[in-house]
Design a protein around this ligand. Structure first.
Ligand code: DON
Length: 305
């Protein structure tokens, strides 16, 4: 039996020399005030084990991790239509790039870069119910935690600094790729990004992706097996933006990051793992979090390749 607790303790111990090599996101001013030396990590196994180290219980801004869960709701609501509105190819560009959008007629490369995430939330907003409440409640259900909520300071800070995301949304509206009012869309997108969860919450929320959709922890089928297969594939190819190749090479797991410093990753059939450390590398992925996951898959031999 793998002693996950001992492994996490050893990883946390080895992280110290890795601090100070990345930088905390400050293009959303309210995110810049987070302590750079935070580190938390949780492993949630398919048979119900939960192992944590460091600041794993502390909620942080999930940012682009929300894209993983909004995609799941969009796929449940709209099925294959999602893939006619966003692609499934890596972009090779930064997460907030709009360079390819004009060349490719306003159709985003994938649902994890900002342009693609704006399309998936647009789909939710044009459907039944209040999109914000649905996203929050979905996360509460998956994390088994009813206290999950948005941080309105972070949300308003991002709304006030969303010129690039607004530009994308206008360009896509001109191409007919989105239907909603741009300001409403930006406000809802900033809401989903400002939700706060801990590593413990996120490891539970990602678990259905490790078990083909039926989760004993939740006592329910959260996703279809086909949806899990597809989402894990898009995480492998697009989840870490323009750093996706090096992440596959170093860590070797389907994963998704956020500029709050969180990364969730999935070992199919075995576990979900969440790590948080706010200093980012040049692709916008947690620097220390990536080192920790690299060590984790090396020590546990759980990389998928
Ligand atoms: O749209 C943005 O720029 C942020 N709310 C989210 C970006 C993000 O988390 C990218 N991830 N690494």
């Amino acid at each position: 039996m793998t002693d996950y607790q001992a492994i996490l303790d050893e990883i946390a111990e080895k992280m110290r020399p890795n601090f100070g090599k990345g930088s905390v996101a400050n293009y959303i001013p309210a995110l810049g005030s987070v302590s750079p030396d935070k580190f938390g990590m949780t492993v949630q196994t398919v048979d119900g084990g939960s192992f944590s180290v460091g600041d794993a219980a502390e909620p942080f801004s999930i940012q682009s991790l929300s894209k993983l869960f909004v995609l799941q709701i969009a796929m449940s609501d709209f099925g294959d239509e999602v893939w006619s509105r966003v692609g499934k190819e890596p972009s090779g560009d930064r997460f907030n790039s709009l360079m390819k959008l004009e060349l490719e007629n306003g159709v985003p490369r994938n649902p994890f870069i900002n342009v693609g995430a704006l399309v998936t939330v647009d789909m939710l907003m044009s459907g039944e119910g209040d999109a914000r409440q649905r996203i929050r409640d979905y996360l509460r259900t998956l994390a088994l935690n009813d206290s999950i909520d948005a941080n309105t300071v972070v949300m308003n800070s991002e709304i006030a600094h969303s010129d690039v995301n607004r530009a994308m949304a206008h360009l896509m509206r001109a191409h007919g790729s989105i239907e909603c009012d741009v300001e409403e869309l930006i406000a809802t997108y900033c809401y989903q990004c400002s939700l706060e969860m801990s590593c413990i919450d996120l490891s539970k929320a990602a678990l259905p992706l490790a078990v083909g959709g039926y989760s004993k922890l939740h006592g329910d089928t959260i996703l279809s097996a086909q949806a899990c297969k597809r989402i894990n594939a898009v995480m492998v190819t697009c989840g870490m933006y323009d750093g996706v190749g090096s992440f596959a090479y170093r860590v070797g797991l389907p994963a998704k990051s956020g500029v709050g410093g969180g990364i969730v990753a999935v070992v199919p059939g075995k576990l979900a793992v969440a790590v948080w450390s706010p200093e980012l590398d040049t692709s916008g992925n947690s620097y220390v979090g990536t080192v920790a996951l690299e060590l984790f898959t090396s020590m546990t031999k759980t990389g998928i390749f």
